[in-house]
Design a protein around this ligand. Structure first.
Ligand code: URP
Ligand code: ZN
Ligand code: ZN
Ligand code: ZN
Length: 461
């Protein structure tokens, strides 16, 4: 057989095994693993490298409406370029229905925006206005065509649903075969504490963390799990930040609730104290839920190590700290309440988990692959086309240099935000070459193919 590409002499890792084998690729798919192969258009020597399934980041916000006067830093061009440089071959952004809008029309527009992406993609639907039209017609039709994941918010005044709205959305998801992703924080608790903070003149970024305490996340996590239990729908608890929420998940799992649990780099390596940095730089760490403390970091590591967490995602949600004139958002300087919630991280997710997890002996390479790729494909109906190295799978491969040491510098990243919350963080291990459906998209520090990303069909191979 003639191959388009052979990856030779590398150490292959999947979510199950680590082994030495050459990989043969033809017509965008993996056609051979191990054994004799010689005749190829191109051979890449991966000696001393890991050959991994391309990263799948199933929680990213790209070109998402973010309130009056606030523009998300990344469009699909910049976000997916950064994703590729970070070792990812698939991303899953959110299509946000704004209140009063049609979900179906929003989705058509959003899908248009994704044209020109550099990696493959699939979407989640965010329902903020569960009208009879949306729940009776639009959402069922979208699920039927493959959009089998729906997100709801319990916080953010402009987007949250009350329990009745969540139950109604869950019921539609259950009936038509979708999962429901839930952002769990109790908005009334947050509004109450924010009002008290305002009265006390407590307006700096640190108050973002104190007004979003663990208790608000724990209670909402418990409630979301209860609602999913009542409706009997599979639920994804996204961006879990602490041990109390982890305990709620473990208890509900023991009751038989079908739960997928996710955490993110910010809960492993950032802390609420980062929001105290001088000169309002704390604003660079404002995300929800907020980073916590060292004890909660350890609790999240425990969840990573024990298998409680299935997904490790970035929750990439990029806003600029300063505009082109070097000015900061004046509203955000008046109060932490007006700092947009979210931080960039699409390019640094894999290096942070590899370095802090694999290199420091907390997890092995198979668990790394499961957390960053395979489990995302399984959870969101892309497996086995995506998320593994197997015959017949898409040839989405990241060749990983486990030895290279780098200090994260925003100036060397590729997103369109103007900072990284991980600036100065030292990591060992970085993606070297990234291959999407058999085509090299990143090699030697440059992008070698342009905009070949396409939407992934959901629901099998
Ligand atoms: O602060 C965050 N996480 N912003 C992104 C939106 C969300 O809540 O996932
Ligand atoms: Zn969220
Ligand atoms: Zn998010
Ligand atoms: Zn940037």
């Amino acid at each position: 057989m003639r191959y388009d590409l052979i990856i030779a002499n590398g150490t292959v890792a999947t979510a199950a095994d680590v082994f030495k084998a050459d990989i043969g690729i033809r017509d965008g798919r993996i056609v051979q693993i191990g054994g004799e192969m010689d005749d190829a258009t191109r051979v890449i020597d991966a000696t001393g490298r890991y050959v991994l399934p391309g990263g799948i980041d199933s929680h990213v916000h790209i070109a998402q409406p973010s309130g009056p006067g606030i523009v998300m830093a990344d469009d699909f061009d910049s976000a997916t370029r950064a994703a590729a440089f970070g070792g990812n071959t698939t991303v899953m952004p959110f299509c946000l229905q704004e209140r009063g809008q049609s979900l179906a029309a929003t989705f058509r527009d959003y899908r248009e925006k994704a044209k020109g992406a550099h990696v493959d993609f699939g979407f989640h639907m965010i329902v903020t206005d569960p009208t009879p039209q949306v729940l009776g017609q639009e959402l069922p039709a979208l699920i039927a065509e493959g959009q089998r994941s729906v997100k709801v918010f319990m916080t953010y005044e402009a987007m949250r649903l009350d329990d009745a709205g969540i139950l109604a959305t869950m019921e539609v998801a259950r009936r038509h075969g979708a999962k429901v992703m839930v952002h769990c924080e109790n908005e009334d608790v947050i509004a109450f504490l924010a009002a008290r903070a305002a009265e006390a003149g407590d307006i700096a970024p640190r108050a973002h963390a104190t007004t979003r305490p663990v208790a608000a996340e724990r209670e909402a996590t418990h409630r979301a799990l209860t609602l999913a239990e009542v409706v009997d729908v599979p639920i994804v608890i996204v961006h879990v930040s602490n041990g109390a929420a982890i305990d709620e998940i473990a208890r509900a799992r023991a009751r038989g609730v079908n739960i997928t649990a996710e955490t993110c780099p910010q809960y492993l390596v950032l802390q609420a104290d980062d929001l105290e940095r001088d000169n309002w730089e704390g604003a660079k760490f404002v995300c929800s839920p907020p980073p916590r403390d060292m004890v909660e970091q350890q609790n999240c590591w425990r969840g990573i190590q024990t298998g409680l967490f299935d997904l490790f995602s970035s929750d990439h949600c990029p806003f600029r700290y300063e505009d082109d004139q070097g000015k900061r958002n004046p509203a955000g300087l008046r109060s932490f309440r007006h700092i947009p919630n979210g931080i960039p991280g699409i390019e640094t997710r894999l290096p942070i988990l590899f370095s802090e997890g694999v290199m420091k002996g907390r997890i092995d390479l198979t668990r790394f692959v499961a957390l960053t790729s395979t489990n995302h494909a399984r959870t969101y109906d892309m497996y086995p086309r995506k998320g593994t190295i197997a015959i017949g799978a898409d040839a989405d491969i990241t060749i990983w240099d486990p030895q290279i040491r780098r200090t994260i510098r925003h100036a060397e990243l590729h997103d369109a935000a103007d900072y990284s919350p991980y600036e100065g963080f030292e990591v060992t291990g970085w993606p070297e070459t990234v291959i999407l459906r058999g085509i090299l998209i990143v090699e030697g520090g440059t992008m070698t193919a342009r905009a070949i990303g396409t939407e992934v069909p959901r629901g099998g191979s």
